[in-house]
Write a protein that binds this ligand. Structure first.
Ligand SMILES: Cc1cc2nc3c(=O)[nH]c(=O)nc-3n(C[C@H](O)[C@H](O)[C@H](O)COP(=O)(O)OP(=O)(O)OC[C@H]3O[C@@H](n4cnc5c(N)ncnc54)[C@H](O)[C@@H]3O)c2cc1C
Ligand SMILES: *[C@@H]1O[C@H](CO)[C@@H](O)[C@H](O)[C@H]1NC(C)=O
Ligand SMILES: *[C@@H]1O[C@H](CO)[C@@H](O)[C@H](O)[C@H]1NC(C)=O
Ligand SMILES: *[C@@H]1O[C@H](CO)[C@@H](O)[C@H](O)[C@H]1NC(C)=O
Ligand SMILES: *[C@@H]1O[C@H](CO)[C@@H](O)[C@H](O)[C@H]1NC(C)=O
Ligand SMILES: *[C@@H]1O[C@H](CO)[C@@H](O)[C@H](O)[C@H]1NC(C)=O
Ligand SMILES: *[C@@H]1O[C@H](CO)[C@@H](O)[C@H](O)[C@H]1NC(C)=O
Ligand SMILES: *[C@@H]1O[C@H](CO)[C@@H](O)[C@H](O)[C@H]1NC(C)=O
Ligand SMILES: *[C@@H]1O[C@H](CO)[C@@H](O)[C@H](O)[C@H]1NC(C)=O
Ligand SMILES: *[C@@H]1O[C@H](CO)[C@@H](O)[C@H](O)[C@H]1NC(C)=O
Length: 764
């Protein structure tokens, strides 16, 4: 039984779905569901969930419906999108009622009863001469045995099964039946399947809420647009994405008098921008999670991390400031080599200094972020510098010597400002937002640019209140700048019919997105998503008796050391005025392939889950390994070819660098390496390292700059090849990884790109 499923159900991820969900209102009960109607059998499948929790875990239930014609003798729904190891719901009509059961199987055989879910049929269900409708509440239904769960805040896949042959014993919910006569999958946007009318729906009432939902105490954004109301008035420049690239572009364009709209899909971050989400100990202040440097490590340990992009499979910030609102804020002025032709930049870009100077003037770095100028929790820096000085390293102020990246070490530098997270939000955005010719719109998602061949005429947003169709137009001569990040900008290009044909085909197969594609003859074939790189990084863990590991940062959110919390709130001094990194170091390596590679080390006290004192991660740049970024059928952006250590020379150099760091470990009394431990060599450790665990979140190159459209996506003016007026200013245009963590170098590149765009003739 059900054998046909074997082949068909396995390759779900990465396959192309015929359909993806959209929002619809059931005319019978008035409930707004997210779902599909299968066009062959005319069966409708819909789900709607309670609102997401503002803290703690999400509700584990939903209301579902199956609406079927009489030909449907039984219908099934897999909550995990495949037959095996998922909750399977089956239902059929019998004697005027719906008979149903929850089932489960680990083999391709008849699914058996599954105990766990509580399923209640709701009153708008019926069986009549036309067909049948099962509307039901499914409690304890969002996760199940085997580890599966519904991704209630993002996208996923559901599967349906259909049969025109009745079950063996229709009155018995556990009846046996034959294999389904048909089945299919659809992409499901769970993030759009929530209603605050849920309680009303349970009572059979689709109307307005009887009681207002209580206001969130944590201040998590409730997704009500808070930006100024912007009608479909045209702009000179529309900048998509308020990360570092977009903020700098929007500030410089508005400074030049252009009428600028900056669009961001997320909401506020720091207190200054209206954000209120913070640790209990900072409640009632303007010091949010995104302001307090010492809460950096808590980004990865939050029970409701709403700030990550849910439709990107690696870490990316979806809030004002983008990555710079959630990152470690390690901030390096670029080295000359970062902008060299051997790094892939056009010759015309190599004099970066004027642009780096502009950046430094707006956003200086600090290696002592506490407001009293003191350094805190620095024991790990002391021990590491003892180790490294014996290897010939010099202790320098790193940002005073940006080109000195060999045998160089120094205190970690940040773009914190006034003891708080600073970055582009506390600098460039401040000047932009007071200008009358600058507008900012948040909680607004851009899916694609609207174009007529090579001419971009506007952007498509998800807010149909704008101009009735969500399209924001350009002024004559106007331009669009994509700054949605290394994953976000490629996805917008794919949905605009720009990119490799396999990715555009994925969009064509997505019923919703396909409608917005331009005609085929206008597709532009460019290597979007190709040639990405990210630093491969490996953690080594040490102990040393002198080091305060700060409880591995585990308590900073809910039970911080009281004196540290109090003094930070009082005057932004102490441990919380800094993030976990304390010391950085670099060493250059040449190799037979003629390239120079740099190993970077980041030393921090404390590491998640083990009691340690001094972990650091070493990563390498100058690498040649490249991967690829793409989208799947639910349009989730992700690495589809992993970039780490593709080139064996990259691995050789990484191993050499790791071995060099520990070469004289015995010369520092009390210093012991515990990961890898004495049972394992560095070589074994790296061989067994999970490649995806090498992710440094430093993605560059997916829309890289270059001389022609076979090797690059944008030209030396950051203009997308084959278009008249579409530009990209974000990490995706950087052709290869800079020597240090990237956002400092990226911001200099953004200064340079926007100055070229302003200088380029034909603009508004
Ligand atoms: C966990 C983590 C730690 C990091 N640590 C460091 C570090 O210590 N030092 C360092 O230099 N770098 C670090 N980085 C990398 C750095 O943050 C990024 O390189 C940088 O933020 C990239 O900037 P960007 O402008 O290209 O894009 P992003 O910062 O990703 O900004 C893109 C913005 O566009 C918005 N957006 C995306 N799609 C759309 C859309 N369709 N419509 C509207 N808006 C959209 C997003 O919400 C986001 O605000 C870290 C990154 C991460 C994820
Ligand atoms: C929820 O379902 C699981 C099986 O998926 C079951 O083990 C658990 O007991 C159920 N919980 C409740 C409260 O019914
Ligand atoms: C069955 O119910 C549906 C929904 O109320 C209705 O549209 C349809 O006309 C009914 N069919 C019959 C035969 O009553
Ligand atoms: C928080 O900031 C707002 C706006 O900047 C200001 O009006 C308010 O007084 C501040 N609150 C506190 C507690 O500092
Ligand atoms: C900040 O507050 C702490 C704790 O009260 C105090 O010790 C320190 O001197 C203050 N520093 C400054 C610069 O005000
Ligand atoms: C598209 O551009 C062409 C010229 O390039 C023009 O003739 C045509 O009218 C435009 N179409 C629309 C719908 O604006
Ligand atoms: C548009 O998308 C954003 C980001 O996902 C979301 O917060 C917002 O509510 C959406 N707006 C509409 C009108 O659906
Ligand atoms: C780690 O350290 C904390 C506090 O210092 C202690 O409570 C905990 O028991 C330790 N855990 C282990 C595994 O040693
Ligand atoms: C290495 O540490 C730095 C600073 O904490 C961080 O930005 C980077 O992402 C880390 N890489 C890994 C793989 O942990
Ligand atoms: C495109 O640029 C690459 C790299 O500079 C070069 O090798 C290639 O010949 C160029 N192709 C064309 C068609 O100009």
């Amino acid at each position: 039984m059900l054998r046909r499923s074997l082949l068909a159900l396995l390759p779900i991820i990465g396959s192309v779905f015929a359909q993806s969900s959209s929002s619809y209102t059931d005319p019978g009960n008035g409930f707004v569901f997210q779902g599909i109607t299968d066009p062959v059998h005319s069966v409708t499948y819909g789900l709607v969930f309670p609102p997401l929790a503002t803290s703690g875990s999400n509700p584990n239930e939903f209301i579902g419906e199956i609406v079927a014609p009489n030909d449907a003798k039984w219908v099934g729904l897999s909550l995990g999108g495949a037959m095996l190891q998922n909750i399977l719901l089956v239902a059929w009509p019998n004697a005027g009622n719906i008979v149903f059961s929850s089932r489960y199987t680990s083999t391709y055989d008849l699914p058996k009863q599954y105990v766990g879910p509580t399923i209640t049929t709701l009153q708008s269900s019926y069986v009549n001469g036309t067909g049948w409708k099962w509307v039901f509440r499914c409690q304890n239904c969002t996760s199940w045995a085997g580890g599966g769960s519904i991704p209630v805040s993002s996208q996923g896949v559901l599967a349906w099964a259909y049969s025109n042959v009745a079950v063996d014993n229709p009155s018995d919910p556990q009846s046996t039946f034959n294999e389904h006569t048909d089945f299919g999958f659809f992409g499901m946007d769970f993030s759009s399947a929530h209603t605050n009318l849920y309680q009303n729906y349970l009572g059979g009432n689709a109307g307005t809420p009887t009681s207002q939902p209580t206001s969130p105490t944590s201040g998590t954004p409730t997704s009500a647009p808070t930006g100024p109301t912007v009608s479909a008035t045209p702009y000179d420049y529309i900048v998509v994405g308020a990360g570092p690239g977009g903020i700098i572009a929007a500030d410089r364009l508005s400074e030049a008098g252009k009428k600028v709209l900056l669009i961001e899909r997320g909401g506020p971050s720091t207190g200054e921008t209206g954000g209120t989400y913070t640790a209990p100990w900072a409640a009632g202040t303007n010091l949010t999670k995104f302001d307090i440097p010492g809460l950096f490590e808590s980004m990865f340990a939050d029970s409701n991390p709403w700030y990550w992009c849910k439709d990107i499979t690696v870490f990316a910030g979806c809030l004002l400031g983008g990555g710079t609102s959630i990152n470690g804020a390690l901030y390096w002025y670029p080295a000359q080599s970062d902008f060299s032709t051997s790094a892939g930049f056009p010759q015309s870009w190599t004099n970066h200094q004027p642009f780096t100077d502009k950046l430094k003037a707006r956003l200086p770095s600090t290696d002592h972020p506490s407001m009293d100028g003191q350094r805190y929790l620095e024991q790990s820096a002391v021990i590491a510098s003892q180790l490294l000085s014996q290897q010939g390293y010099s202790q320098i102020t790193i940002n005073d010597n940006p080109n000195w990246k060999d045998h160089a070490m120094g205190y970690s530098a940040f773009d914190f400002v006034d003891g708080k997270r600073g970055g582009p939000v506390a600098s460039y955005l401040r000047t932009a937002k007071v200008r009358k010719n600058f507008a900012y719109m948040d909680y607004t998602l851009v899916s694609n640019v609207v174009r007529n061949g090579s001419q971009i005429t506007g952007v498509q947003t998800n807010n149909t209140a704008i101009g009735g169709n969500g399209i924001i137009p350009l002024n004559p001569g106007g331009r669009v700048i994509l700054s949605a990040g290394s994953f976000g900008s490629p996805r917008i290009l794919f949905q605009s019919g720009i990119g490799p044909s396999d990715m555009i085909q994925v969009v064509q197969s997505n019923a919703d997105a396909a409608k917005r594609l331009p005609p085929k003859e206008q597709f532009i074939n460019l290597p979007v998503g190709m040639q990405v790189s990210d630093n491969p990084s490996v953690n080594l863990v040490f102990t040393h008796p002198s080091i305060d590991a700060y409880e591995n940062w585990a308590n900073v959110w809910s039970s911080p050391r009281p004196a540290d919390a109090a003094r930070y709130l009082k005057n932004q001094t102490g441990v919380f005025a800094g993030a976990s990194p304390k010391l950085n170091f670099w060493r250059a390596y040449s190799s037979p392939d003629g390239r120079v590679r740099w190993a970077q080390g980041t030393v921090r006290p404390g590491a998640a889950s083990i009691n340690t004192t001094l972990p650091y991660n070493a990563s390498s740049t100058g690498i040649t390994s490249r991967g690829r970024i793409g989208i799947d059928a639910a349009l989730r952006a992700q690495p589809i070819v992993q970039p780490w250590l593709q080139d064996p020379v990259d691995k050789t150099i990484l191993l050499q660098a790791l071995n060099d760091v520990i070469s004289n470990i015995n010369s520092v009394p009390g210093l012991t390496m515990i990961t890898p431990d004495s049972q394992m060599t560095i070589q074994q450790y790296v061989d067994e390292y999970d490649l995806a665990g090498m992710n440094s979140n430093h993605w560059v190159g997916s829309n890289k700059i270059g001389s022609n459209s076979s090797v690059a996506v944008v030209d030396e003016n950051a203009k997308v090849f084959g278009t008249n007026n579409l530009f990209i200013v974000d990490a995706s245009i950087i052709p290869s990884l800079p020597v240090g963590n990237p956002h400092g170098m990226l911001m200099s590149a953004a200064e340079q790109a926007v100055s070229r765009i302003l200088a380029l003739s034909g603009g508004p």
